[in-house]
Design a protein around this ligand. Sequence first.
Ligand SMILES: Nc1ncnc2c1ncn2[C@@H]1O[C@H](COP(=O)(O)OP(=O)(O)OP(=O)(O)O)[C@@H](O)[C@H]1O
Length: 246
Amino acid sequence: MTSEPLLRIAGLSSGYGRVGVLEGVDLEVDAREIVVILGPNGAGKTTLLNSISGVARPTAGTIHFEGRDITGARPEQVVRLGLTHCPEGRQIFQRLTVEENLVAAHIGRAGKSFETLRSEVFELFPVLKERRNGMASRMSGGQQQMLAIGRALMAEPKLLMLDEPSLGLAPKIVHQIFRIILDLSKTGMSILLVEQNVQLALECGDYGYLLNTGRVKLHGPAQEMAEHSALGEHYLGGATEDTIHV
Ligand SMILES: Nc1ncnc2c1ncn2[C@@H]1O[C@H](COP(=O)(O)OP(=O)(O)OP(=O)(O)O)[C@@H](O)[C@H]1O
């Protein structure tokens, strides 16, 4: 018997108001898995995360999390179920301190206290502990990204959705962020990762999906995706019509 995936998306169409973006997207994330979503600008990657987290409204299809139908659920309901979205662009409170940012992100979802969660975040990102009383706006881009991930972790996610965590960061910091993603996965957390850094994302991930013009164009185990010639074609605009399962 095959077990139910942690997240199961079937035939999802979604967008903003009358603007349709996604069409017929099928995607699954298993427990402890790192699933990577790739695709050129405007492909619909962020819209997919927004649809799961309740920011964009699905117009067709279903989203199940731990077997529960969450299609069209509100963001605060989704996060309470253990699905946390760390959005693109490090959306942190610039005028609050590191500590205050973490306090504001704590929703008291499950069993762990604020202090325990904060210690876990500080262990993962020692620099946040060092700068706990410093203003977020005074930190570097990499440190702000760490704080954004730290904030997401304060909600105790079972599935963490990360939207382009490496965007605009120096290579050394990017590697550090990917190392953290792997470490989080080892703790049993599932990760849904949107990335423009294709090579690194597929090295780190278990399974990949390529989106283009709101549809899944290619999907398969990360290693096989990395070797697939169609991956480059989609980035260069030579899209094929059907979904390829590698
Ligand atoms: N709030 C919005 N209202 C209307 N249209 C939107 C909104 N946000 C995004 N779009 C449109 O939806 C389409 C997909 O955008 P989306 O941000 O999901 O793509 P993406 O793959 O994440 O791209 P990028 O890598 O550039 O962030 C684009 O055509 C974009 O203009």
